[in-house]
Write a protein that binds this ligand. Sequence first.
Ligand SMILES: Cc1cc2nc3c(=O)[nH]c(=O)nc-3n(C[C@H](O)[C@H](O)[C@H](O)COP(=O)(O)OP(=O)(O)OC[C@H]3O[C@@H](n4cnc5c(N)ncnc54)[C@H](O)[C@@H]3O)c2cc1C
Ligand SMILES: NC(=O)c1ccc[n+]([C@@H]2O[C@H](COP(=O)([O-])OP(=O)(O)OC[C@H]3O[C@@H](n4cnc5c(N)ncnc54)[C@H](O)[C@@H]3O)[C@@H](O)[C@H]2O)c1
Length: 542
Amino acid sequence: MPIASPLPGGRFAPRALGARPPPPALLPPGRRSIRREARRACVGAIALGKHDYDVVVIGCGVGGHGAALHAVEQGLKTAVVEGHDIGGTCVNRGCVPSKALLAAAGRVRELKNEMHLKSLGISVEGVAYDRQAIADHASNLAGTIQGNLQRSLEGLGVDILRGSARFMGGNRMRYALPGRVDVGGEITARDFIIATGSVPFVPPGIPIDGKTVFTSDHALKLEWLPDWVAIIGSGYIGLEFADVYTALGSEVTFVEAMDKIMPGFDGEIAKVAKRLLIDPRSIDSHTGVLATKVTPGVPGVKPVEIELTDFHTKEKVDTLEVDACLVATGRAPYTQGLNLGAVNVETDRRGFIPVSPKMEVLDREGSVVPHVYCIGDANGKFMLAHAASAQGISAVENICGRPHQLNHLSVPAACFTHPEISFVGMTQEAAEEKAKAEGFKVGLAKTSFKANSKALAEKEADGMAKIIYRMDTLEILGVHIIGLHAADLIHEASNALAMGNTVDQLKFNVHTHPTLSEVLDELFKQCKTDVKANAKQPVLVS
Ligand SMILES: Cc1cc2nc3c(=O)[nH]c(=O)nc-3n(C[C@H](O)[C@H](O)[C@H](O)COP(=O)(O)OP(=O)(O)OC[C@H]3O[C@@H](n4cnc5c(N)ncnc54)[C@H](O)[C@@H]3O)c2cc1C
Ligand SMILES: NC(=O)c1ccc[n+]([C@@H]2O[C@H](COP(=O)([O-])OP(=O)(O)OC[C@H]3O[C@@H](n4cnc5c(N)ncnc54)[C@H](O)[C@@H]3O)[C@@H](O)[C@H]2O)c1
């Protein structure tokens, strides 16, 4: 039976886990020679010999896990050093528990939507939920996936070293667990991959008490459901928690520094999201304001006070009084205690570790620091789990002497609200700027879920998809979807982008009827692919 993976695509799903696989000597001859050949190919490129390990990965979040699995598959002697929880943020305090909460809250929302159920001929009475049981579902799932990750590493022969790692100069590294004299030691490695991730960023003036003022780390435990919760920041975390809280009966107020809600998203998609995810729910928002001072409260006794300051004039404009405050204002890289100076590495102004497109760490002059790579949230290139893992694989390819660069524009992203939002590549705004600078015309096509038979059968036909492409080369610049299962639908577009497919190549592909995938089929078919005719079109076709 496949084992649940924290990553889409189940990076370790097909392997038999739970039991340690036989050592190479006991493997069937075919498997043995594949492992040996992989090792010869890769190790030949890096001239191994005098080190304890070929590769040491510092941090075992999904980035470090992905890197370690790929390294050991290449025949490299590999260790991960983990100072806290195997699985890092994604498994323990991120993707996994948040999706468990969203799954349960989404069901509650659906079952409480009498109108929707009635339109399908169904009536349900007395829908109730157990807050603690929902919280337990999230923490149990995190525990299960953490165990799976650990077994997958052990099963393939990756050494798991417990402790916080610290560079000692040269190829040496020390690791230790505070308060444990029996754990730790010093090791050497030919190559190091830094995968130490990130922690919540909390703006100055906001004290976190973990009860009434908290970050996603606390919110995921769902210890209580405030009647009224202010969420500072309307990015991914803000949107997903607003979805959970409103489904479970809380009222939400967004406090967003930028002039519009969801500033990081494509403008048109953000407008549709506002119509579908914000306006019909118990959500209001204050935009163009910073939360400059927050005073924690006492549940049921004293409210949390949030001082709002105009983003532009810097004048104090209002004070909110709410039951609780979730701070969702981004994440900060975590590189504390690594002693980066010992390997001539310095973080940038925001604390990220600068890297080349091959994930090689760069020094302050911009030169490559030999044998040190950095992947995932710690380099800040794309703070998503699957990006971290893909960067890890890319780093290992480079270690093996097979030059590789991940095309970050082809990395998809999704926000798991109900309905979901997903995208790959550029927003329309960014594409238009690029077109202006480079002198090409932008093509645009859109489709609605309302024209899709499957979405209509589900009575969930709210949503749209749009594609942005170059009219001269028919190259895809971006695809954005909001609607039922948008997070799954995006992969046809992201894979096309990764493979360098142009829109004229996609429009002849066949899709099963009736499926939601026809939303994208329709989108590709609507693209204007006559390049000669396109040259005569106005600058933007919509
Ligand atoms: C609430 C929430 C929901 C999210 N949902 C999604 C989602 O749905 N999809 C998605 O793609 N992304 C999601 N993310 C983002 C995702 O979790 C991160 O992008 C991802 O975890 C980054 O992986 P990483 O391996 O770079 O770092 P991390 O997962 O942060 O792992 C780093 C690891 O390094 C260890 N470490 C740090 N320093 C040391 C040291 N000196 N020595 C040894 N070990 C060390 C840490 O203990 C940690 O285990 C979410 C994030 C949050 C907060
Ligand atoms: N589904 C997913 O893939 C998923 C889910 C959750 C988190 N994540 C990852 O976690 C990271 C963190 O998520 P996030 O939502 O915290 O960050 P974010 O960068 O997505 O959004 C932060 C928002 O906070 C606003 N902001 C910042 N400071 C403010 C202040 N003082 N007052 C008011 N508004 C302020 C910003 O303008 C922005 O809109 C993201 O980079 C994302 O990649 C991903």
